[in-house]
Write a protein that binds this ligand. Structure first.
Ligand code: KG4
Ligand code: ZN
Length: 353
């Protein structure tokens, strides 16, 4: 296979990822995670994440170059997550990418993390044909994104108004006494539970909300409903049926995510839904989305779980699309942007600066 040789660097949250692709071919995917260091806080602590990125960055770059068996000078581009994400964490990756670029003369591309989550699917499932709707669900984001061209054109369709889906999993796991990160723990407990035990609220699905927030999500009301249910049970001296509550909560999240993704695809006449982000590992979400897309005649794509969570290969995959499409690289002085919008696929193109 041929195509541009691109290194991708990811440091927007708690994963230090460095990946290398040649065209659509994945040559290296090295990830160092600081997830264990955040476990006792029940969520990612930005300062801890930044320090961990600093320590892991150079060794992870080295490992990626070794496993791809390429040298820095051979690269056609270095892509790095410019946003959205944690400001201090982003700066570590962007600083590293700029330093490597300055030392080698290889052009640098400051790219969008959300677009990268979508682009990575092409490494496994081949090029996207036509438009697709991305359902991105992780600890930091819950979005429906319309992708008309991976390198040039994508836009928000819907987003969460409060907690991200993974954040809700983590918070509910905590109040059920399950381990961090909460998603895998709830997924496991739910397998032994009854999803119809409690009909927890489906956020933003009543008729009024469907007019104003048709494709948006809200998970904080659900989280509060679970907390109230657990508190009232404990107050009356009853034991909390953890597996049933995990299953009922999970069902409420997956029901809304799949319902709105399929509805958006149908409304927009788009025949492909692409699932990504850490919550894409959820077994119920995969099954339900599979069933509902199939019933609606919509194609469902998702990469393997390892590529759904944050990694450098996804950044490299997007960089490869940008280079192949002839998009100018970023100016070396480009900034990080914690709240970068999805329509900014690349920041500060050199020609535009
Ligand atoms: O994409 P990711 O690794 O990092 C972020 O960008 O946030 O996603 C991590 C999130 C965590 O909130 C974790 O609880 C959730 O993904 N997660 C899951 C599962 N595995 C990971 N949520 C539900 N079910 C799972 N099996
Ligand atoms: Zn992510």
């Amino acid at each position: 296979m041929s195509g541009p040789l691109i290194m991708g660097i990811e440091s927007s949250c708690d994963e230090t990822g460095v990946g290398i692709v040649r065209g659509h071919e994945l040559l290296a995917d090295e990830v160092a995670s600081s997830v264990d260091e955040h476990a006792r806080y029940g969520g990612v602590v930005p300062e801890v994440a930044s320090r961990a990125h600093l320590e892991a960055m150079i060794p992870t770059v080295r490992r990626a170059l070794e496993s791809a068996d390429v040298s820095l000078n051979e690269l056609d581009g270095i892509a790095v997550t410019a946003g959205p994400g944690l400001a201090g964490a982003l700066m570590v990756g962007v600083g590293a990418a700029k330093a490597l670029s300055a030392a080698t003369g290889v052009p640098v591309y400051g790219v969008n993390h959300l677009s990268s989550h979508i682009a990575v699917d092409t490494v496994e499932n081949g090029p996207l044909e036509g438009s697709a709707l991305g359902l991105l669900v992780s600890g930091g984001h819950s979005n429906i994104i319309r992708v008309d061209d991976l390198a040039l054109n994508s836009s928000y369709v819907g987003e969460t108004l409060d907690d991200a889906a993974g954040e809700a999993f983590d918070k509910v796991a905590r109040l059920l006494g399950l381990s961090y990160p909460g998603g895998p723990a709830i997924d496991k407990a739910a397998r032994q539970g009854d999803p119809s035990k409690v009909a927890f609220p489906r956020g933003l699905t009543n008729a009024k909300d469907m007019r104003k927030h048709r494709y948006d999500f809200s998970f904080s009301g659900l989280k509060t409903a679970v907390a109230r249910w657990v508190e009232s049970h404990q107050a009356s001296g009853q034991e909390v049926p953890v597996n049933d509550i995990a299953a009922s909560f999970q069902e409420a999240v997956c029901d809304v995510l799949t319902q709105k993704a399929v509805m958006a695809a149908q409304d927009m006449d788009i025949d492909t839904v692409l699932l990504g982000g850490g919550v894409a590992a959820n077994s119920r979400l995969r099954d339900l989305l599979h069933d509902r897309t199939e019933a609606a005649g919509i194609r469902l794509r998702y990469p393997k779980i390892r590529l759904c969570t944050d990694n450098g290969a996804m950044v490299a995959a997007l960089g490869s699309h940008l280079v192949a499409a002839g998009v100018p690289h970023s100016h070396i002085g480009f900034p990080t942007s914690s709240s970068l919008d999805v329509d900014d696929i690349i920041v500060a193109n050199a020609v535009a600066a």
